[in-house]
Design a protein around this ligand. Structure first.
Ligand code: ATP
Length: 365
């Protein structure tokens, strides 16, 4: 298995730059997510790692070896295109052994390898069945088996669960992650689904317009979005982003929203003009003593919690609070914010004004 290093990777298609100056490291054995909206350059990045697309500039290292200009066949990486893409005229065993036959591996060795893979995937009992009649889950396992059997340095997966309905998708994502944990194989997984990325990934790279917006473990990305784009893209309901206008200095530990002062983590950068006060719904508290007030426009009951939507002088705020709190539409409520969870963004750069407290993962309990 392998470590993959991406350095200043760029890909131009004619005048259009699909990926620009991307740099990140995928550690050996990691389940690594490439996350971003449609068209942000995820697939192009994955295809460059696979060798199916050559970079315009930049470097890719697999296990310390520079492979940027090498063809796919010399990279020893398995690209799981679409889990349902099986050879329909072959049975399960033949589908899984196909890559080994192409490598001209002796048949006794193929038999042992296929048996091993079938055991890992729990599909020993269907090895002699035609793939045509298999359930969706079994087809997916067979497709995975065909990738695993080669024992490649890494697996690359491009939205492998994209075509599945929500329930089955959830089931297969857990199965994929469990399989990864058993095998410890470096896996690079493309998705546009932030929840899938958060649930499955050891690390996430968030991409937008061909650039890396942020790179880190899921909790860092959730707790401390480095840019407004990430703040908006990650989380459901998304982070509250309240615009305000102010001049802040390095070292500041409070800001004023509509004349009301709120404590924040110490700022590391100064800024002036249009700023954004970012706070996640679970860090908004209903506090009748607060002079910063909002009018309740909606109450969404979710069982143990409820999402309260309020109109405030700085725009709409969503609060996730215990379902036991009685809140009614039309009510006027004071709001508080958990100081150490606040992120301040500079609208002109889109970047967070990093604070001392950032980088420490928060306790959401
Ligand atoms: P999606 O989830 O929709 O596939 P993505 O993030 O994977 O999105 P890419 O497929 O990497 O995005 O595409 C990034 C951009 O590059 C898109 O605007 C796409 O149209 C463009 N692009 C990709 N391949 C080519 C190509 N061969 N020629 C020209 N433009 C391309």
């Amino acid at each position: 298995m392998a470590q993959i290093i991406i350095k200043n990777l760029r890909k131009d298609f004619g005048d259009f730059t699909a990926v620009q100056s991307s740099s990140f490291t995928i550690e050996d054995g990691e389940f690594f997510m490439l996350l971003g909206p449609s068209g942000c350059g995820k697939t192009t990045t994955l295809r460059m790692i696979a060798g199916l697309e050559l970079p315009t500039s930049g470097e890719i290292f697999i296990d310390g070896e520079e492979v940027s200009q090498k063809p796919a066949s010399q990279r020893d990486i398995a690209f799981v295109f679409q889990m349902f893409a099986l050879y329909p005229h072959l049975n399960v065993r033949q589908n899984i052994s196909y890559p080994l036959k192409s490598q001209r591996m002796p048949s006794a060795q193929i038999k042992t390898k296929v048996a091993e893979v079938a055991r890992v995937l729990g599909i020993e009992d269907i090895l002699n069945k035609p793939v045509g009649g298999l359930s969706g889950g079994d087809r997916q396992r067979v497709a995975l088996g065909r990738a695993i059997v080669r024992d490649p340095k890494a697996f690359l997966m491009d939205e492998p669960l994209g075509a599945l309905d929500a329930e089955f998708r959830e089931h297969m994502s857990q199965e994929l992650r469990a399989l990864h944990d058993r095998m410890g194989a470096t896996t690079v997984y493309v998705t546009h689904d932030q929840l899938e990325a958060m649930q499955m990934g050891d690390k996430i790279v968030v991409m937008n317009h061909g650039s890396v917006e942020q790179f880190g473990v899921p909790q860092q990305i959730y707790d401390w979005p480095a840019t407004l784009f990430v703040a908006d893209f990650i989380g459901s309901p998304q982070m509250n982003l309240l615009p305000f206008n102010a001049t802040v200095a390095e070292g500041d530990t409070s800001v004023a929203l509509s004349g009301h002062h709120f404590e924040i983590p110490r700022l590391r950068q100064a800024a002036s003009g249009d700023l954004i006060f970012g706070v996640r719904p679970e860090h908004v508290t209903l506090d009748q003593s607060s002079a910063f007030r909002g009018n309740v426009t909606a109450v969404e009951y979710l069982g143990t919690t409820q999402i309260i939507t309020l109109e405030t002088p700085n725009g709409m705020v969503k609060a996730r609070v215990a379902a036991a709190q009685t809140v009614k539409t039309g009510q006027d409520i004071g709001l508080g914010f958990t100081a150490r969870t606040i992120t301040i963004f500079d609208v002109s750069t889109g970047a967070a004004l990093l604070s001392d407290a950032n980088r420490e993962v928060l306790d959401h309990g």
